[in-house]
Ligand binder design. Structure first.
Ligand code: ATP
Ligand code: MG
Length: 335
């Protein structure tokens, strides 16, 4: 059974986040008017217990902003973040500890103290957040090192003594040491070689089973997201434009942008030979158009009509569990 049928553990409801430029030097780009960026707009998603929800989209589409909002590192301008049915975005603990939320970044090395041994770094969250004795903490740290495929001896090493893949194991161990319910992985394997990526992804799957974990898995790499996710949300300029179970998304992509994304995969040919006008003629745009009040993809979509330029297409259900934000697609439910 797909875990998404279970009760949601994390729910983002109509999240909006705009970054407004502050002052800055008047000598840099004096002629260019700095405008605000609508990083996330009216975004809703939910992640169930033991589910991995993949968030994909090109650079700047708002994936990291969404992840940071989910764990409470960033507050949304509006909308709700609900974690296990309790409002979480107003809690002051920035790292989400205590709410059972953690985040793993692309390179956890940057958040490790180069002069602290790994054992100490892993023990720190336990010292700060629990009343466990030194012996109990040590047992948990050594057990976690083994779980992520490192050895007890690694506890005495410093961060620079680890390879990229090992560092990511350390990052995972640190995120999991307080036994969170949900982990946000933001490009957590993107910098690794393919074979090392596969090892870390298998580890994530194992942890999901062993520890009943949920993941919000963020990546621009569709193959990686396909491998780990039960469901996938495709983001384009701050909005989810399509959401479906993984097999459905890859087998029957509906949104022209999703079709463009999938057609870029080696050997991919969604729905046999069928190619849409959007797919054939998607244009490159190098300037970020303002996505307010229109379908943000209209500048690249060969099918765009007047309506696409004048209205935001709502994310509507086309069949059970498959939602698409496109005026071209007939929906099963009224907007
Ligand atoms: N702190 C910030 N201040 C100003 N603008 C920001 C800030 N953080 C993000 N942005 C802008 O918001 C938009 C979304 O950024 P975000 O980092 O969420 O995208 P992303 O999908 O994670 O991209 P990438 O794949 O490159 O990591 C971008 O245009 C970015 O420049
Ligand atoms: Mg990012």
């Amino acid at each position: 059974m797909n875990p998404s049928a279970a009760a949601p553990i994390l729910r983002l409801h109509r999240i909006r986040k705009e970054f407004v430029p502050s002052g800055g030097s008047a000598f840099l780009f004096p002629s260019r008017r700095r405008r605000s960026v609508l990083a996330v707009d009216d975004l809703s998603l939910q992640v169930a217990g033991r589910e991995t929800y993949g968030l994909v989209g090109e650079s700047g589409s708002g994936k990291s902003t969404t992840g940071r909002i989910a764990v409470g590192l960033l507050s949304p301008d509006s909308g709700e973040v609900l974690f296990r049915a309790s409002p979480s975005c107003d809690l002051s603990r920035l790292d989400g500890v205590g709410r059972g939320l953690q985040m793993v970044f692309q390179d956890p090395y940057s958040s490790l103290n180069p002069r602290q041994r790994i054992g100490g770094a892993l023990e720190e969250p336990l010292v700060v957040n629990t009343d466990l004795s030194g012996a109990e903490r040590k047992k948990i740290v050594l057990d976690m090192l083994k779980r992520v495929g490192l050895s007890e001896g690694d506890a005495l090493k410093y961060p620079h003594e680890f390879s990229g893949g090992q560092r990511q194991r350390v990052g995972l161990a640190r995120a999991l040491i307080l036994r969170p319910r949900l982990v946000v992985c933001d490009e957590s394997v993107s910098a690794l070689d393919v074979s090392i990526q596969a090892q870390i992804l298998m580890l994530l799957k194992k942890f999901q089973e062993d520890l009943s974990l949920s993941f919000l898995f963020i990546s621009h790499d569709l193959r990686v997201v396909r491998y780990v996710s039960h469901r996938i949300g495709v983001m384009y300029m701050g909005r989810i434009v399509e959401e479906a179970e993984t097999d459905t998304l890859f087998g029957e992509p509906r949104h022209p942008y999703t079709q463009v994304l999938l057609s870029a995969l080696p050997g991919a040919r969604p729905r046999g030979e069928r190619r849409t006008a959007g797919q054939q003629e998607a244009k490159e745009v190098f300037d970020r158009p303002d996505p307010r009040g229109c379908c943000a993809f209209h500048t690249r979509c060969a099918w765009a009509s007047e309506r696409c330029r004048a209205e935001v297409p709502p994310l509507r259900s086309v069949v059970d569990g498959h939602r698409v934000a496109c005026f071209l697609i007939a929906s099963s439910t009224a907007p």
